[in-house]
Design a protein around this ligand. Sequence first.
Ligand SMILES: NC(=O)c1ccc[n+]([C@@H]2O[C@H](COP(=O)([O-])OP(=O)(O)OC[C@H]3O[C@@H](n4cnc5c(N)ncnc54)[C@H](O)[C@@H]3O)[C@@H](O)[C@H]2O)c1
Length: 245
Amino acid sequence: MTDAKTKTAIVTGAGGGIGRAIARRLAHDGFAVIVADRAQGPADETVALIQAEGRQARAEVLDITDEAATQALIDGADDLRVLVNNAGIFDVKEFDKLTADDFRRMYEVNLVAMATLCQQAARVMPEESRIVNLASRAAFGARNYAHYVASKAGVAGLTKALSLELAPKQITVNAVAPGVIETDMLKARSDSLADMKAQQPTGRLGSPEDIAHAVAFFAHPQASFVTGQVLIVDGGRSVGGTAAF
Ligand SMILES: NC(=O)c1ccc[n+]([C@@H]2O[C@H](COP(=O)([O-])OP(=O)(O)OC[C@H]3O[C@@H](n4cnc5c(N)ncnc54)[C@H](O)[C@@H]3O)[C@@H](O)[C@H]2O)c1
């Protein structure tokens, strides 16, 4: 159970690599965190880690494409102040092989479910609440996953549009666009970790904690004048133009 006096943060996909780091960080920052994921075991593991650190968390198992389930998630959150739309899917397929259903499935999870959650949350959030969306550096272009790239470009656009619509309510809406971060998601790629590291200016890939710090900034009460931004967190790989991609 979460303490009703504590502000609540929902993190979707918080059983996964980046979401877990975000959930732990927001719990550390004083939020009661709802760990929302379609996978029970990983969600429970995240909750156990947070509780072992003496912080508050509980799990909610749902598929974010189920609108009734996301409404129940929002309804069950006491004093909701932060929504982090992190859950996402990824796979690799060259453009010629992609089907319309591949695009629809990617949009349903990465974009439509996010838009629905933003709408449901914004209806109940008080002033000075925060929405943070996970985009991707790939939103600016990448080969062999056009459906994912398009969905994440949609996330960037949605973030900017909502930042204006929710500004009168003093709700900020920002996005973090990670570069290559070491999580299970990378298993869908055929290139090796060594090759990915070799392309990084820093010589290392990002960690989930690198992304959690950026999300925590946008979620902070003092970030109230920062909205509609898409922050690339990629160790500098995108600096210098498309040659770096
Ligand atoms: N890892 C990277 O390099 C990278 C780069 C750029 C952007 N991102 C983005 O960061 C976010 C987190 O990625 P990650 O690397 O931690 O991935 P991950 O695969 O480790 O975790 C994703 C989590 O989302 C959950 N999820 C997926 N679909 C869901 C659904 N329909 N309903 C509920 N939960 C669902 C999964 O169960 C999983 O726990 C994603 O939006 C991803 O697109 C990741």
